[in-house]
Ligand binder design. Sequence first.
Ligand SMILES: Cc1cc2nc3c(=O)[nH]c(=O)nc-3n(C[C@H](O)[C@H](O)[C@H](O)COP(=O)(O)OP(=O)(O)OC[C@H]3O[C@@H](n4cnc5c(N)ncnc54)[C@H](O)[C@@H]3O)c2cc1C
Length: 164
Amino acid sequence: MNAGAHGEAILDRVESLTTIRGTEITVTKRAGLDYGYRRLALTPGEIVISALLQMTSGSRAEIEGRITALIAHRQKSQQVGFPNAGSFFKNMEGKEAWRLIDEAGLRGYRIGGAQVAEAHSNFLVNRGGARAADFIELSALVKEKVREQSGILLEEEVRIVGEE
Ligand SMILES: Cc1cc2nc3c(=O)[nH]c(=O)nc-3n(C[C@H](O)[C@H](O)[C@H](O)COP(=O)(O)OP(=O)(O)OC[C@H]3O[C@@H](n4cnc5c(N)ncnc54)[C@H](O)[C@@H]3O)c2cc1C
């Protein structure tokens, strides 16, 4: 899904990707990959088995400083305190999903055990005993209210598996 953060994503660093489908192994250079924001097109059943990464060199102290600062930022902004699946919706049209959800007044909104986290409104958390249906209902409500408020239809970043 081309995970990323802070303006960079893993596929920016990938030189080539090796996948297997059935017994067929394919090596594809980055230019040949169909990918984008939180998206990599693979054919059904195609599995990534390795990747060649191109790194850039830099000063150790500078790199370590950046890592420490980013981890601290993440711990501060994403310390939601309850089980969650990370960012629930993708950022859309250059607008951060958490801001759109906030503007729709949904920070802290709860359905059953599922809640829009108080600490970060793009995290849906399990406050205890949440059912899959609570999350599905809450995410549908978030999409509806955000569309009413901003005209933007949010798309899930998480993949819902096993529910219609
Ligand atoms: C607290 C938290 C914070 C997060 N923060 C971020 C963030 O900042 N940025 C971000 O981008 N994401 C973030 N995520 C989401 C995370 O990056 C994704 O959930 C990630 O894809 C998980 O990978 P996995 O291998 O652990 O999960 P899995 O569930 O194993 O895989 C995720 C998907 O990839 C497929 N897949 C797994 N392995 C392969 C393979 N070898 N070949 C082909 N398909 C495969 C699976 O079928 C599934 O659809 C966060 C998640 C959490 C819980």
